[in-house]
Design a protein around this ligand. Structure first.
Ligand code: NAD
Length: 269
């Protein structure tokens, strides 16, 4: 743990925290003194490894299994969190999936699966967290806000994505859900924001960076000429969860090496 932790005494729930970005966010929040619920749906051994990592850094964590698209499982996960840590201060809605296909071949099942996990999952977890934030209110020793929600969106809330219509639609939906929640809940001292990662090296996009040829192609979309690491997102999540960002409300922070800067126009279009 760092010497002057920014999230001391706070409790955080990170969905999909046994892999990729969620794992890095959970570890980063733990390093800053937050008690962390490491949510997972498959591979409990990976969730246990994240818990052990947080504990070995001097923090506290538990792994809780829940499918974020299922209301009863989400509610049970929050109850398990309250039994262990009493309350919630920080929710990171991170769990997300891709089920890609050409539009004409996209099944209703794959459409619904992506919308259910990526968008409805964020709604269900946010609603539970907000109920607890409102019940408990601000605890000034811990934070100026009654609660903080960080929605993991994507550059694809802005950039249309052929072959991934369900995924891009879910991320566009997250933007408006996040902003509408932020507008409604800010007067109640709840801060809702989003992070929009660009290309980050995780299992979700393994094929896009795992060979030199694929990585080279991907780098043509990234002005900063580096594919992101999950830790790049962990650092931003810590800041967005802390009082250092207390005046940030309803904003998406894009962490993308410049991917949104229309890199195709670098050579004069
Ligand atoms: P990942 O595949 O490593 O992680 C996704 C996590 O979500 C896994 O832990 C998975 O088990 C979990 N998950 C899937 N379905 C779930 C469910 N129903 N309930 C609970 N958990 C579930 O991929 P990642 O790149 O770390 O993705 C994390 C988030 O970041 C996603 O929302 C993704 O859309 C977003 N994102 C990733 C990138 C990138 O380049 N990697 C870019 C933009 C946005």
């Amino acid at each position: 743990m760092v010497s002057n932790p920014k999230l001391k005494g706070q409790s955080a729930l990170v969905t999909g925290a046994n892999s990729g970005i969620g794992e890095a966010v959970a570890i980063a929040l733990g390093n800053e003194g937050a008690n962390v619920v490491v949510n997972y749906i498959t591979h409990p051994e990976n969730a246990d490894a994240v818990v052990k990592k947080i504990e070995s850094n001097g923090g506290s964590a538990i792994a809780v299994k829940a499918d974020v698209s299922k209301e009863d499982e989400v509610q049970s996960m929050f109850q398990q969190m309250y039994q262990k840590y009493g309350t919630i201060d920080i929710l990171v809605n991170n769990a997300g999936i891709q089920k890609d296909s050409a539009f004409e071949n996209m099944t209703l099942e794959d459409w619904r699966w992506v919308i259910n996990v990526n968008l409805t999952g964020q709604f269900l977890c946010s609603r539970e967290a907000v109920r607890e934030f409102l019940r408990r209110g601000v605890v000034p020793e811990r934070s100026s806000a009654a609660g903080k929600i960080i929605c993991m969106s994507s550059v694809h809330q802005i950039i249309p994505w052929a072959g991934h219509v369900n995924y891009a639609t879910s991320k566009g939906g997250i933007e408006m859900m996040m902003k509408s929640m932020a507008q409604e809940l800010a007067p109640k001292k709840i801060r809702v924001n989003a992070i929009g990662p660009g290309a980050i090296k995780t299992p979700i996009n393994y094929d896009a960076w795992s060979t030199p040829e694929a990585a080279e192609k991907l780098l043509t979309l990234i002005p900063y000429k580096r594919i992101g690491d999950p830790e790049d997102i962990g650092k931003v999540a810590v800041w967005l969860a802390s009082d250092e960002s207390d005046y940030m409300v309803g904003t998406t922070l894009f962490v993308d090496g410049g991917m949104l800067l229309f890199p195709g126009f670098t050579e004069n279009g």
